[in-house]
Design a protein around this ligand. Structure first.
Ligand code: URA
Length: 433
């Protein structure tokens, strides 16, 4: 079949055969099918959707466009977590070493921040020397010794997705459930995992604004993972306000270290433990939820999770002195509080405006090739439901540039709303799939 006939078939709303999807994606990955035909196909999929079977075949074809990580020499259950992205979402930094010391292997291939959402790789690269570009042999060796390794996507991992994602970005075809599903899952499934837990964020600071959309995406990804024989679970979690009390790379690393020391913010700790329990259940290494919780809390309390993080950083070339003494990490030149305009209770700490302010400060990027300023961001974020007095800080802004600071302040002022009476505190975990 000619590519244009396959495009026409999808344009007219018909399901494509396995053979049609595979030949289309393989030709695109090999550079034999031009971007304009792939863009037309992406738009047809965007408008007409795909069946679960088509989505699974698309995912598999994209996964097989590159190398698959061979984790067969790792004897432990291999389980990973993926988040669809949010503001202040540093769960992976705490979660990976935490479940590693409890007996799982975590081969985590992560992404950089894009738009207002932060990225695990940027956070880790704010630790001087930390290498995210390990070879496969190095990656496997770190996992064997520590139980986890967090690295970036190699050129050989799902190259069809790399090309297609860039194309979708400029053709208005990002927000399509089958395309997002295939894009996320092809990379995760190429990691050689047995099971995957998904954090599908929902709210103003997330890709999916409503619980209905988040549920549809979660179900689609869970279905594809299961069709490929993987253990799957998903939690839909709130992203109307940032997670934890910091947003910005160095600031989030410091908060992650505190959480690994058992003194992190309640929401970050709770969410990390919830994902850890799911991972242990899927990896079949805990007798019960209560037993898993006990083991996880012990690993935070006795320092073993922090030691695993320290060793991972060390093996990946990072300066571990910053873990013992976070004051060694780069800090922003300017640190100023944003004062509360009135007394009352925090009714809104809008993740979208706070995320935008962080991008303005330089903590995030608007283009994939942009550099980030590791030191800037916000800390001491006051959360919904907390009392505040007029003049007290709503958060602390960390900036390296006066002009950026004043732009960020404008965004941060509208992020907050203060009410006279105590508002309902939003639930952190909205749904389990
Ligand atoms: N993240 C991805 O990797 N792909 C998407 O399509 C959306 C988010």
């Amino acid at each position: 079949m000619l590519p244009q006939w396959i495009i026409e078939k999808k344009r007219d709303g018909h399901a494509l055969s396995e053979e049609e999807i595979r030949s289309f994606i393989n030709a695109y990955a090999r550079g034999e099918l031009p971007d304009y035909q792939m863009a037309a196909m992406a738009m047809a999929i965007y408008l007409k959707g795909m069946t679960p079977k088509e989505t699974a075949v698309l995912t598999d074809a994209m996964m097989r466009s590159g190398d698959l990580v061979d984790t067969s020499s790792i004897r432990k259950p291999k389980v990973d977590k993926h988040s669809t992205g949010g503001i202040g979402d540093k769960v992976s930094l705490v979660l990976a070493p935490l479940v590693a010391v409890c007996g799982l292997a975590v081969p985590m291939i992560s992404g950089r921040g894009l738009g207002i959402t932060g990225g695990t790789l940027d956070k880790l690269e704010s630790i001087p020397g930390y290498r995210t570009n390990l070879s496969e042999a190095e990656f496997i060796a770190v996992i064997k010794e520590v139980g986890c390794s967090i690295i970036g996507q190699t050129k050989q991992l799902a190259p069809a997705d790399k090309k297609l994602y860039a194309l979708r970005d400029v053709t208005g075809t990002v927000a399509s459930i089958p395309l997002i599903t295939a894009s996320i899952m092809c990379k995760k499934l190429a990691e050689g995992i047995d099971a995957l837990v998904l954090d599908v964020k929902c709210g103003k600071g997330a890709f999916m604004r409503t619980q209905k959309d988040a549920r549809a995406l979660a179900l689609s990804m869970v279905r594809v993972g299961k069709a490929m024989g993987k253990g799957m679970a998903a939690l839909i979690t709130d992203m109307n306000q940032p997670l934890g009390r910091t947003a910005g790379n160095v600031l989030e690393v410091i908060e992650s270290i505190e959480t690994l020391q058992g003194r992190g913010p309640a929401d970050l700790t709770e969410l990390t433990l919830a994902f850890a329990e799911e991972m242990m259940r899927l990896g079949k290494i805990a007798k019960s939820k209560a037993a898993a919780r006990k083991q996880l809390e012990t690993a935070l309390r006795d320092g073993s999770a922090l030691r695993a993080f320290r060793r991972m950083v060390e093996l990946q070339g990072g300066d571990v002195r910053v873990i013992d003494d976070p004051a060694r990490l780069p800090r922003a030149r300017i640190q100023v509080p944003l004062p509360a305009p009135s007394s009352g209770y925090i009714a809104q700490a809008d993740a979208e405006s706070i995320g935008k302010a962080c991008v303005v400060l330089g903590a995030g990027r608007t283009r994939t090739d942009e550099a980030v300023d590791f030191a800037v961001g916000v800390s001491s974020i006051r959360k919904i439901g907390e009392p505040v007095r007029k003049g007290e800080p709503l958060l602390i802004i960390h900036a390296n540039d006066e002009a950026r600071l004043s732009q960020a302040k404008e965004l941060l002022k509208i992020a907050y709303r203060i009410a006279k009476s105590k508002p309902r505190v939003p639930r952190l975990i909205l749904e389990r799939i």
